[in-house]
Write a protein that binds this ligand. Structure first.
Ligand code: NAP
Length: 295
């Protein structure tokens, strides 16, 4: 499926999911050329065929497996997970490399993790800190993919975490939290998409390379999200909290609890005149949009 407008840059998008479609909508609103690929990314033949057919100047890989209904799915689908998140990721970057095309890969920050106690004292993780967390098969696939692709010179790797949109989509951290009566009382990094995704496209368009913690500056608290939801969209909202250990008891595999340093991202986007919002401002904005939509 293609949406072509007169413009020099041609974006080819792998993945037709939640984040890919938000990026597509931003590009279309900007009058950019976007082609949504239906290729399976683990297939070298399909990826190569798409790139030679459409001749994109920019590739975005937002394809990958997150596990449905959650990352525990990956524990029972190890091969499928590796084919999408490791082989597929490497394949897209490698074919683009061979053809001299810049590629933006939507990766994950869940390759670091600390205990509840450690997180209080540990400085936020920088891009230069070696990633290590492989507590679940999903995390392991993300770690393996980053280690495999990170040295390619044509790559922009954006590590997202707990993505948040201005709606109640099932993938959004807000949408997920509002489904539960008990939430885990935790703070960590989150990616407020409406404010950050335009920045991803600025970086891609300008051919920026390397790894970025693609997170909103500051620590996002689950309780703060619930309080904002009560303030803006659910005046009767009630919830209980429980600890990380209790949450882990309900899951098959551990999850990554981490805070990421957004300084590099902030500085780079600032060079293009794009100021990213800090946690409170970005969250208030998404809830205001939701209230306006009557959600
Ligand atoms: N949402 C999160 O919490 C989160 C957090 C960190 C990172 N990420 C990563 O960000 C990316 C986008 O996430 P999302 O929330 O937009 O997920 P999504 O809505 O599930 O979209 C993922 C898309 O990738 C496609 N896909 C999966 N494996 C593929 C393959 N081998 N070849 C081609 N397409 C494939 C899926 O299509 P099919 O269903 O047809 O396979 C789907 O269209 C994923 O890689 C995800 O792991 C997400």
């Amino acid at each position: 499926m293609g949406f072509i407008t007169p413009n020099s840059q041609i974006f080819l998008m792998f993945g037709n999911g939640w984040i890919a479609n938000q990026m597509k909508d931003i590009l279309l609103a900007q009058g950019k050329n976007v082609i949504m690929s239906k290729a399976r990314i683990e297939s070298r033949e399909q990826v190569l065929s798409e790139l030679t057919k459409h001749k994109p100047t920019r590739v975005i890989n937002a394809a990958g497996t997150r596990g449905t209904p959650n990352a525990d799915w990956c524990e029972d689908h190890k091969v499928e997970t590796v084919r999408s998140n490791v082989l597929g990721a490497l394949n897209v970057v490698d074919v683009c490399y061979q053809l001299g095309i810049h590629v933006t890969h939507i990766g994950s920050a869940c390759i670091y993790a600390l205990s509840e106690e450690e997180i209080k004292h540990h400085p936020p993780f920088k891009e230069t800190d070696e990633p290590f967390f492989q507590g679940s098969w999903y995390n392991r696939s993300r770690l393996l993919s980053e280690l495999s692709i990170r040295h390619y010179p044509n790559l922009l790797l954006l590590r997202i975490r707990l993505p948040i949109s201005a709606d109640l989509h099932k993938n959004s951290h807000i949408g997920r939290l509002l489904k539960y009566e008990k939430i885990v009382d935790l703070t960590g990094s989150g990616t407020v998409l409406p404010n950050l995704l335009p920045g991803a496209l600025i970086l891609s368009e300008n051919g920026e390379k390397g790894i970025y913690n693609f997170v909103t500056p500051g620590q996002i608290s689950n309780v703060e999200i619930m309080e904002l939801a009560k303030k803006y969209i659910r005046p009767d909202l009630k919830w209980q909290t429980f600890g990380l250990k209790d949450m882990f008891n309900t899951l098959r595999a551990p999850r990554a609890n981490c805070v990421m340093d957004a300084t590099k991202l902030q500085k780079k986007l600032g060079e293009y005149g794009y100021q990213i919002k800090d946690r409170r401002e970005a969250l208030e904005e998404v809830f205001q949009i939701m209230a306006e939509k009557g959600l």
